[in-house]
Design a protein around this ligand. Structure first.
Ligand SMILES: Nc1nc2c(ncn2[C@@H]2O[C@H](COP(=O)(O)OP(=O)(O)OP(=O)(O)O)[C@@H](O)[C@H]2O)c(=O)[nH]1
Ligand SMILES: [Mg+2]
Length: 307
């Protein structure tokens, strides 16, 4: 996709956030002077635009530090806000890299129902094979009927092998088999699909811990990555998902999907500020090619309305 097409798509995923922010920043009073009252309004605008209280307060503090009392234009204000947002996002923009030694690198993919886990796995498999890594998938979602078939279809499209078991089988035993196969065949990256689970479903959360235990027994370093997939259209709910999955499953990084729709992507800034977890990539469509590196400067400019 061309750069223009790509930022246009991205604009969609942050539109609700950036429209709100734009609307509120435009309405700001103070006669162009950045005084305390204006800073209050900016902070409020940031909070209601999904960036959350913590990021909003940090941005306000930084603006006050640098520019309190200064004259500032509308566009200057947006530029300044974009710069502060980028400062929050830059440290967390970290692509998922295959570095484990010994191989394989085991990547466990988790999240609530329908967040985009299986599609994201296909995208990662595609990305890694393009880089000439050997990839194996494990069908750890034995819970939802048709989940195994869905992953099998993606595996075929991506041209990678899949380890599967019976529907209703024990995911931990499939994962066990997959690690052995990956090790025996010199695979670089083993990506494990898991069933969608709501934060409050105890049994499924226990199952996740069991998968982790089994992996750890085979290789104390595994899983090397525990990637939480978040649906951008869920807005602030993403934050409570991070809270719970971090606690139960030791999340090491995030991928946010569906940023091509009309999502409230601003929550990514809240997540970056509150948790500091790496954001590996973002999903911008349903196809295998629709995974993008997380570009903090571009995202910040899109949110602030100066892209
Ligand atoms: N527009 C858009 N749709 C996406 C994206 N990622 C996934 N989807 C769609 O979201 C729906 C759910 O995707 P899945 O990958 O099956 O989600 P899942 O988390 O594996 O779902 P469960 O296994 O049921 O928990 C599908 O219709 C996907 O095509 C994305 O980045 N953009
Ligand atoms: Mg799935």
């Amino acid at each position: 996709m061309s750069d223009a097409g790509w930022s246009e798509k991205l604009l969609g995923g942050f539109r609700k956030t950036s429209d709100r922010l734009s609307e509120n920043l435009t309405g700001i009073t103070g006669g162009g002077k950045l005084d305390d009252a204006t800073l209050d309004e900016i902070e409020d605008a940031l909070i209601i635009s999904d960036l959350g209280p913590s990021a909003a307060s940090r941005i306000r503090g930084r603006l006050a530090e640098k520019r309190l009392g200064a004259q500032i234009t509308q566009i200057g204000l947006k530029e300044a806000v974009a710069e502060e947002i980028a400062d929050i996002l830059r440290p967390v923009a970290k692509p998922l890299e295959v570095t484990a030694f010994p191989r394989p690198q085991v990547i466990l993919v988790i999240g609530v129902n329908g967040s985009g886990k299986t599609t994201t796995i296909a995208k990662l498999a595609h990305l890694f094979t393009e880089d000439d890594y050997g990839v194996l998938l494990a069908a750890g979602d034995t819970f939802r009927a048709a989940a195994i078939g869905q992953l099998a279809t993606w595996a075929e499209r991506a041209g990678v092998d899949l380890v599967r078991g019976p529907e209703g089988g024990d995911p931990a035993s499939i994962v066990f088999d997959a690690v052995k196969q990956a090790t025996d065949t010199g695979i670089d990256a083993l990506i494990v699909d898991t069933a969608g689970r709501l934060q409050n479903k105890r049994e499924l959360m226990d199952e996740l811990q069991k998968i982790r235990r089994v992996l750890g027994r085979l290789n104390p370093e595994a899983p090397h990555d525990v990637v939480l997939v978040l649906d951008a259209t869920n807005g602030q709910n993403a934050l409570s998902q991070i809270d719970v999955f971090k606690e139960v499953a030791g999340v090491t990084g995030l991928i946010m999907t569906k940023l091509d729709g009309t999502a409230r992507g601003g929550v990514l800034v809240a997540a970056a500020e509150q948790y500091g977890l790496p954001i590996h990539a973002i999903g911008v469509g349903e196809k295998m090619e629709d995974l993008r590196a997380f570009d903090p400067d571009l995202v910040a400019r899109v949110i602030a309305g100066v892209a």
